[in-house]
Design a protein around this ligand. Structure first.
Ligand code: PMP
Length: 759
């Protein structure tokens, strides 16, 4: 063998020539080294077709079986990266991404290694590499061995080039006019190929591993089968003259028996000459104990290790250095070389101490990802600043400082990025275009655009989809500008729409207080969004921290209801604001009962918090539950999203008309609210005095919660009396509670009278 310096010099000349002169140089070296004059380097489709006809059916079936097993084994190696939240708001994960372009080198020489084609191309396919280039030297006839072409075709390789040796490595590393440049080169080869791979790996391209002559070590005790052992040693020996086949045994008799078998079997081998030469490098070693055998094996670090001992699984547990291990007397190296499914491209020459063989990972890289929320940078920012300052990298420190300061100054506008919170595909939806609004400014009197019936006016016409007039009136009453109002088929529609706008089904989650209004969960379930409940405390209050604790980077929504249903009480506005400031997603504040509360509406904070959505309804104080009209108030951008996702004519004309009339008579609503508030305190006092009552909970709504002796029984009794209240016995924190809606004075008296009769 040449010394490495000389070898590298020779190889470098060829590589440089290929780099400078591309195909021309490659064709020249094919003539010099492979003794063929090629017109083109690429293998043509016709040649692949022709090869298929030249391979026997038996071999084809074998290749297909091997391919299937290799595919199964490598398929199972797919990487399942986990997301780790190293600190709240700091999420890190890895993803395995295929190397885009890989080169596969298949040596020619004395035996056509079509099995290697499968071992490299199958995992490359499974990994998802976009382009794989295969180079293999042609025979003297200018053709590639048909079995190699058939295997390549079976494994899905389409770019095959008739190039061998150093020039093949150069062509793939640098690219030529016809050979695409790749990012990683795989495959075995002789000392020139190995040297070429080493040289191009210094800056130009990655390589699978340092390669060298093949080797096997058989570790045998007295129970081994000498015929099998000898066959295994010879199967390695026939690879090449520089192959090594080692026997390490604890039994002198075994050594003798193997030696005799080797001699006997060798005589029958066609590649006898090669095997004989490589046997000269090989050794049969007897050791005094299994410990010694194992130590020696680990020190040698064989590419292939066959263990034929009584307790081979126990022995295998103590092996730390090996490329591929074959267990039991029936596991011959050939099984792994061809068809069991494991990869046969393995580290040789002691490299098994530090390298593994080719596997799915060899065709991938792991990309790391991290996502930090405001909370996340808040949690680790200080540590980064201190470390950066101590390394005297002030710009590093500053990248954190500017973020931390920004959070303090203007938390929500700095952390809330609406676009990043919108469900996939929603942001770029075109808004539904409605003829009804296109002609809104035009003085038209003939409408032949919407396939309506011209008779039966006015309900023959579609309603105004943007509810312009209605929003104008709502705006006046609520003090919110028209472009910040969404009108829906009840606020229930708005609840469903927020999920549809913000949550990716099966991925995102919503956090809400518990107990609360049931539709938040119903809509979560319908939209396949995980619903995380955080129980209120004994006073039916929530704590912002508890909600933040259960949220993560997939938490898109938080639902807060104030006054809360069914508890009836106002939520602490300070806690709600804490969430608006510290939660990085959307906070939905449901104010269905706001008119009965003394607290101001959160609509006043819409300017301050871009992540706020306030819900209100016509179903309660306004006395219009029948018309199904609810509202969402939010930023112009969020309302824009509502309008993209809603049905075009979601609020019917009759509803719009009735709502307009009701709004124009707002004084009536005010009066009702006053009466109901007075009745609420009267009814609650009366209720508190009933013998069956255990507790009446304070209320800021038009209903209240009362704990009674036996909610189920009393509820049933009331039904029998023709009075229906709401039994909340089975709701969190509401054991034995009834929810009583405040009715007219007469209705309330009827209720109290009935309850007084209860025994
Ligand atoms: N939010 C809460 C808290 C409710 O209690 C209700 C109805 N019970 C709604 C929303 C739904 O209101 P709408 O009738 O507008 O759909």
């Amino acid at each position: 063998m040449m010394d490495t310096g000389q070898l590298h010099d020779k190889v470098r000349v060829i590589l440089n020539d290929v780099k400078a002169n591309g195909d021309k140089a490659v064709l020249g070296y094919e003539e010099t080294f492979d003794h063929v004059q090629l017109a083109t380097l690429a293998v043509s489709d016709a040649e692949i077709m022709e090869a298929e006809g030249l391979v026997s059916d038996e071999l084809k079936a074998a290749i297909r079986l091997a391919k299937e097993n290799i595919a199964k084994f490598h398929e199972a190696q797919r990487f399942a990266g986990v997301q780790v939240e190293t600190q709240p708001g700091v999420t890190c994960w890895q993803e395995s991404v295929a190397i885009e372009k890989v080169g596969l080198y298949i040596p020619g020489g004395t035996a056509p290694l079509f099995s290697t084609v499968l071992m490299l191309a199958v995992p490359a396919q499974i990994a998802g590499c976009r382009e794989f280039v295969l180079c293999t030297p042609p025979g003297r006839n200018g053709k590639v061995h048909p079995a190699v072409l058939f295997a390549a075709k079976t494994a899905g390789v389409s770019k095959i080039f008739k190039i061998g040796g150093v020039q093949a490595i150069g062509a793939m590393a640098y690219g030529t006019e016809t050979v695409p440049r790749v990012y990683k080169i795989f495959g075995p080869g002789n000392q020139y190929v190995t040297a070429a791979k080493q040289l191009v790996s210094m800056g130009d391209v990655a390589i699978d591993m340092p390669a060298g002559p093949s080797e096997v070590l058989v570790l045998a005790d007295e129970t081994a089968n000498p015929v099998f052992v000898a066959a295994d040693l010879l199967s390695q020996a026939e690879h090449g003259v520089d192959s090594q086949a080692m026997l390490v045994t604890t039994s002198m008799e075994m050594l003798q028996a193997v030696k005799e078998e080797v001699d006997r079997q060798l005589k029958e081998l066609p590649r006898q000459e090669i095997a004989q030469k490589s046997l000269a490098n090989s050794k049969l070693i007897v050791v005094s104990s299994m410990d010694e055998a194992i130590n020696l094996t680990n020190e040698y670090a064989p590419e292939h290790l066959i263990i034929q001992t009584r307790d081979y699984r126990d022995v295998a547990k103590r092996i730390v250095n090996a490329g591929s291990v074959f267990l039991g007397r029936f596991a011959c190296e050939s099984a792994g070389d061809y068809a069991s499914g494991t990869n046969h491209t393995l580290p040789t020459n002691g490299y098994a101490k530090a390298y593994n063989g080719v596997n799915l990972d060899s065709f991938c890289r792991k990309i790391t990802y991290q996502e930090l929320s405001a909370q996340g940078i808040g949690n680790i920012g200080k540590a980064i600043e201190v470390m950066a300052a101590n390394e005297q990298l002030d710009a590093h420190k500053n990248a954190v400082t500017v973020r931390l300061t920004n959070i303090d100054n203007n938390l929500q506008s700095s952390i809330f990025n609406l676009q990043s919170f919108v469900r996939k595909n929603i942001w770029n939806l075109a808004p539904y275009s409605c003829a009804r609004n296109e002609y809104s400014g035009v003085d038209a009197s003939v409408f032949l655009d919407a396939n309506e019936n011209p008779y039966n006016g006015p309900i023959n016409r579609y309603p105004d989809p943007l509810q312009t007039e209605l929003k104008h009136e709502i705006s006046k009453v609520k003090g919110v500008s028209e472009d910040r109002i969404f009108c829906g088929n009840g606020s229930d529609e708005a609840i469903d729409l927020v999920y549809r706008i913000f949550c990716n089904p099966g991925v995102d989650n919503a956090v809400a207080i518990d107990p609360s209004y049931g539709m938040y969960q119903v809509c979560a379930d319908v939209n396949d969004v995980e619903y995380r409940k955080v129980q209120l405390d004994a006073n039916y209050q929530f704590h912002a921290d508890d909600l933040l604790k259960v949220s993560d980077n997939h938490t898109k929504l938080m639902f807060l209801c104030t006054p809360n249903n069914p508890t009836g009480n106002d939520m602490s506005h300070a806690e709600v604001e804490m969430l608006l400031q510290n939660f990085w997603g959307i906070v939905v504040v449901d104010e269905a009962y706001i008119d009965f509360s003394e607290q101001p509406s959160f609509t006043k904070l819409l300017d301050k918090y871009p992540n706020l959505i306030v819900l209100q309804t016509f179903s309660k104080a306004w006395g219009c539950a029948a018309i199904r009209l609810g509202m969402a108030f939010a930023s112009v951008e969020i309302i824009g999203l509502f309008n993209k996702v809603k049905y075009p004519y979601n609020v019917n004309m009759l509803t719009q008309r009735q709502a307009l009339e009701t709004l124009r008579n707002a004084a009536q609503t005010k009066a009702w609210v006053e009466v109901l508030k007075t009745e609420r305190s009267r009814l609650m006092s009366l209720f508190a005095e009933l013998p069956l009552t255990q507790q009446v909970f304070p209320s800021d709504a038009n209903f209240f919660l009362a704990r009674v002796q036996d909610a189920n029984a009393i509820y049933k009794y009331l039904v029998g009396e023709g009075i229906i209240v709401r039994n909340r016995n089975s709701v969190t924190l509401c054991g034995n509670c009834l929810r009583i809606t405040v009715g007219t004075p007469d209705e309330n008296d009827t209720l109290i009278a009935a309850l007084k009769r209860w025994k």
